[in-house]
Every structure is written in C-alpha cells, then in structure tokens.
Design a protein around this ligand. Structure first.
Ligand SMILES: [Zn+2]
Length: 230
C-alpha cells in the first residue's frame, strides 16, 4: 500500500497578505514553492497513520476508500484549521490541541508545536517518538472508526474518549504497556493538553489501553458502553 503521499497534507498557510511582513515574504520566496525539509511531515506521525490504517485494512475496515480519513499537520504560526461540526466551530492552531479529530471532514489534525512540546516531556520518561506518535494517531483514527460503526457511536464525553483509547490500542500492538503508562501520565483529565471535554483520568485511560491490547480486534470490547460514565 502506498498511502503517504495522498493522505498526508501539510496544511497551507492562510496568513493574510496584510499581515505578512516583507521579511516573511522574502523568507517564503527564498524557500520556494516546492517541498522543503522543514515542510516534510513528521515521519513518526506519518508512519503511525500508515500503520494504523493498514491495521484496520487487515481487519477488513477500509479507512481510505470513500470519505477517506486524512492527516493534517498545523505547524506554521498563524495557521488555522477550522472544523465546523454540529457542536460548533473549532479553530485548531499549532499550539491548541496536540491532536484532534474533525468528524465532518474525516480529518486527524496534529497541532505540531503542542505535539512536539509534549513529545519532549515524554521522551524524558523513556517514551520513544514512534510509540508516542502511534498512541496519539491511533486514538484519533479511533474516532474515525467510531463514526463509521453505529454501535461505537456515542455523544462526546468520557465513554467516547476511553473507547477511542481502546480502539487505538487495538491497532497498536507494538506499544509496550510500561511505555503506554508513561505516555498517559498527565494526559488524562486536568492534564495536558487543555481539554474541553472529559477524557478520563490517567488511570482510566491506561485501563482502556489494556482492554484494547487484549481485545484481539474485537471492536465490541471497545464499545463506549464498556466504559464507566464518570
Ligand atoms: Zn479523543
């Protein structure tokens, strides 16, 4: 499968012309229009996206057909990804979210600065960048799976988030338990990033990860109803 080129998009800058200084214009001009090294998508994130979609492909779930799930990195200062959903409009910036799934566009968005910052913290705890990328991406792709399966749908909240953790874990058999635990420290409620909906505590998230590891592809075990409501 050759997925990367078609499904990874570096979100184009949407700076207003008025806001762009001459210096910025010159810098952009010097960089040219083609891909430059600093515009290459994060390789671990890209790999995690491929690993996850290929995993689901192997389970008979094609995420890359009609309404394919997409991956977008928001990284340049001033870049914004606007997600319009029935819950309202959300603007995602390089520092706003770490990662988020936009249902109406089937898109996983990485807030690159927040992502890199969190990765630095986790690396100190012995987490590998590959596994960090896999945990984050597989969770967001988990939301795409939820959207496609009526029995996995649920309103926003803890159950939906723990279900996505579980689904993501299922697609991530290569993440050692001890690393998952380190990664989830501080990523539950009251942790980073700031959350507008409850994610579950660190402990609940780790428990959901463990359920996913033992589920052997049985998505029913990761249904939102399998998790506590509070
Ligand atoms: Zn989520």
């Amino acid at each position: 499968l050759h997925l990367n080129a078609f499904h990874v998009i570096i979100y184009a800058m949407k700076r207003s012309v008025a806001a762009a200084s001459l210096a910025t214009s010159l810098a952009l001009g010097a960089a040219g229009c083609g891909p430059t090294p600093e515009r290459t998508p994060d390789p671990d994130v890209q790999k995690a996206f491929e690993t996850t979609t290929q995993f689901w492909q192997s389970k008979g779930i094609n995420l890359l057909g009609k309404h394919a799930v997409k991956l977008v990195e928001i990284r340049e200062p001033g870049d914004v990804y606007t997600c319009h959903s029935n819950k309202g409009t959300r603007k995602i910036t390089p520092t706003s979210d770490l990662a988020r799934y936009c249902g109406p566009t089937n898109t996983v968005i990485i807030s690159k600065q927040a992502y890199d910052e969190e990765l630095r913290v986790k690396t100190v705890l012995g987490v590998s960048p590959e596994h960090f990328a896999q945990l984050i991406i597989s969770h967001e792709v988990g939301h795409d799976i939820q959207d496609r399966r009526p029995r996995l749908k649920s309103p926003s909240g803890i159950q939906k988030e723990l279900s996505a953790d579980c689904i993501g874990s299922m697609a991530s058999p290569g993440i050692p338990e001890v690393e998952a635990q380190s990664m989830l420290v501080g990523m539950g409620d009251h942790g980073y990033p700031p959350v507008d909906q409850r994610q579950g505590t660190d402990r609940q998230r780790f428990d959901a990860f463990k359920v996913g590891q033992l589920a052997h592809g049985d998505l029913a075990l990761c249904a939102p109803s399998a998790f506590a409501q509070s």
